[in-house]
Each structure stands twice: as C-alpha cells, then as structure tokens.
Ligand binder design. Structure first.
Ligand code: PMP
Length: 405
C-alpha cells in the first residue's frame, strides 16, 4: 500500500480560499472585504511610516548581526510590550510578576499559552476552554491541537447585532469553578462587538468570584478606538482586580507587521517566585517548539516602543488607520440610510468597532455578493471595513442595498 494512503484531503482554509478567488477574478471593480489586513484608501497594503523609519535605523546600525535571540526572545521588546498592554506602572510589572515570552505573532502566543495551560493548569474536571460564539475560527484548532476541548459561551445576539450579555454572564456562572475563559481584549473578531466598561466590570467580578482564568487575546490594540490605552482598558481592569490571566499579544495589525510574526505571551503570576517557575517552564516548551523566536520584527518593535519620538509617531500612524476605518463606517451608514434608504436598521455599522463588521447578511446574501457583485466576504456576513475606500464604497453600498431588498 502507498505510504500516505490514510491521509485524508483537508478542505482549503476558507478565508485564504476567498483571497485566492479574489486574486483570480478579472473583474476590474471587484472588492475584497474578506481579508483581516489594513488597506489604504487605494486598496493597497500600508507600510507604516514609523516602521520604514525603524527599518532604516536598524539597517544603518553597523553592529547588527544575525545571531540567535534568547529562547524567550528579545528582552527590550518583551518588557516594553508588557508595559504597552498593562501600563508602565502596573503593579504586576513593578512587583516582578509578569512573565513575558516572545512568540510567533498572536497565533504563536495563543498556541504557547494553550500548550502551557494544557501542561500545567489545574483543570477542574474536563480539560476545556470557553470560547465566545462566534470567535476567530483558529481558536478551535489551536486548543484542540494541545488536547484542550473548546466549548462555547453565548456572545453575539443576532437579533440586536450586539453582545448577548445575559447569555454570556449565565455561562460564566454555570461553568465549573476554575474554568478557562478566552476573551478578545478589544475589537472582537469576527463580530466587531465588545462589552461596555460596565459590562466588563461585571464579567471581571463573576470570573473572580468563580475562580476562572482569563485568557485574553489581544490582536487589535489601538485598532478599535485609535487609542492604545483605551483599547487596553479591559485587560488592565482584570489585571488590577487580581483576576488570574494571560495575554496573547500581536503586532500584526497595529504595526502592520503581519508577515514578520511579532508577538508576545504575558502570564501574570501571583508572586515573583511563581513567575520565575512559570518562566522556566515556558522556556522549556519554547525550546522544543521553535528554539528561539525571529529577530527582525522584534527589533523593529523594540525601537518603536522604547524611543519616545518613534512611539509618538507610531501612535499617529495607528490613529491614521483607525480613523480611516471609522470614517468608512460613517460613510457606509450614511449611504445606506440616506442615499439608498435601504430597508432595515444599520446602526450596528457605526456601533461596531475595529477591523470587522458583522453586517447581519445571511449566507445566501453573502454568497450573492461574491458571485453577482464580485464583492468578496466570508459567508457569515462579516466584512473587513479596511477593504472599503472612497473609490468603492458607493458601489458596495449599492450592492448591499440590492441584496437585502
Ligand atoms: N487572534 C485574533 C482574534 C485574530 O483576529 C488574529 C488575526 N487574524 C490573531 C489572533 C492572530 O494573528 P497573528 O498570528 O497574525 O498575530
């Protein structure tokens, strides 16, 4: 028999499949609303000016070499990254309770965090993790790969196109004590719907009282509101309340460093002594997985995070991206409600935040947009606002209008 006879053919990744179909589509007015990457007003990838500057600085440094980083990464990067999400004066940082490990972007942070929990977390009964319904689809595979079973908590209410807060709270209350709960730090993917600050406070209280563990996935800090501190509010609130937690941090979106794979895993320990033990075990896990993380992107981010001038410039670049997206939301809303008088309520377009919007279109309508209008979106009705620009927004609004009538 053939050696690999028993290997079944896997289905292609649905998003990357759509991207390929878009690339192959010869229609000039095609629109790509599927990809989770920022585009400028001409639909082009945007290299942040601050990243260009940092790259020049890096290349002009005559002592630059290509030696290995340490197993847990570049300390100047990871410690600045921890301060970015937790605040420079966070008690967990000043008390030496944060373990920071450089990872292969956010996906690698999710994987290493999940692997660490799978090995060392004291599960109460089943080895499982609570994921929001829906969530970034990769979360399912990441946890299954390390032997942790995903279970779902209600998150999105299709009737209000907002958070199903009662469902979310009940699930947290009903979950066995010491459950692991994955939450998106801000700009929830795919729904674009986040809890309010009051709701986060209630969630933190329940999680604390039930002894749950908060697994924060932070892939969009700065992208939601245009303000890095604002977007870190939930994580900081949980940390200050003393909720046991870890954070998976990605610089793919907010620094436009997608392919450079820059990220970090931060675990907050109860004591600095516990932090030392956790760091040692993460180091052992990392060694067998990747030996040491890639240097280039971490060096770029280290320059940007540690130089006040570059940091300020980065902050402005983030605002450029976030505000363009927010303005696309406003324009789309205006076109639908005022110009085309499209049936239905479209307030969620401007209320939802971050890269994505859950339009409320069903599978059939989503498919019709792809097939008839050459507007590419996932069949759950999610559109990437970053794919909209002043050249195509009118066409998109017109086709949205037609497809819901
Ligand atoms: N988490 C969420 C919620 C995401 O949307 C993404 C990016 N699509 C990631 C993690 C990981 O992205 P990356 O590995 O490129 O940092």
């Amino acid at each position: 028999a053939e050696t690999w006879e028993s290997v079944p053919l896997a289905p292609p990744d649905s998003i990357f499949n759509l991207i390929a179909a878009f690339a192959a589509d010869p229609t000039p007015h095609k629109v790509n609303l599927s990809v989770g990457a920022y585009r400028d007003n001409d639909g082009k990838p945007w290299v942040l000016p601050v990243v260009k500057k940092a790259t020049q600085l890096l290349l002009n440094n005559p002592t630059l070499d290509h030696e290995y980083l340490s197993i847990i990464g570049l300390p100047a990067f990871t410690s600045a990254a921890a301060k970015l999400i937790l605040a420079p004066d966070a008690p967990a940082i000043t008390e030496g309770r944060v373990v920071s490990v450089q990872t292969i972007s956010g996906t690698g942070a999710n994987h290493l965090g999940a692997l660490f929990l799978s090995r060392f977390y004291q599960f109460n009964g089943n080895k499982q993790v609570y994921l929001s319904k829906p969530t970034w689809v990769n979360h399912y595979a990441v946890f299954k790969n390390v032997g942790i079973t995903p279970v779902e908590y209600p998150y999105f209410d299709p009737r209000t196109l907002g958070v199903d807060f009662d469902g979310f709270k009940s699930a947290l209350v009903d979950a066995p004590t010491r459950s692991i709960v994955l939450m998106h730090a801000c700009a929830h993917n795919p729904t674009g719907v986040d809890p309010s600050r009051e709701q986060w406070e209630e969630i933190a209280n329940i999680i604390l009282s039930k002894g749950h563990f908060a697994f924060f996935d932070s892939a969009y800090q700065g992208f939601a509101s245009g303000d890095l501190n604002n977007d870190a509010w939930a994580v900081r609130h949980f940390a200050n309340k003393g909720v046991p937690l870890l954070i998976c941090q990605s610089f793919a979106k907010n620094a436009g460093l997608y392919g450079e794979r820059v990220g970090a895993l931060h675990v907050i320990a109860p004591t600095s002594e516990a932090a030392k033990r956790i760091r040692s075990q993460l180091s052992v896990l990392q060694r067998s997985e990747i030996s040491n993380p890639p240097a280039h992107g971490a060096r770029l981010m280290s320059l940007i995070l540690n130089d006040p001038k570059l940091f300020e410039e980065w902050d402005r670049d983030i605002k450029t991206m976030a505000h363009r997206i927010i303005s696309m939301r406003e324009q789309l809303y205006k076109l639908l409600t005022e110009e085309f008088k499209t049936p239905g309520n479209w307030e969620h377009i401007t209320k939802q935040i971050g890269m994505f919007s859950f339009t409320g279109l069903n599978q059939q309508q989503s498919l019709a947009l792809v097939e008839k209008a050459h507007i590419y979106l996932t069949n759950n009705g999610r559109i990437s606002m970053a794919g909209l620009n002043t050249h195509n927004i009118r066409y998109v609004a017109e086709c949205l209008d037609k497809v819901v009538r």
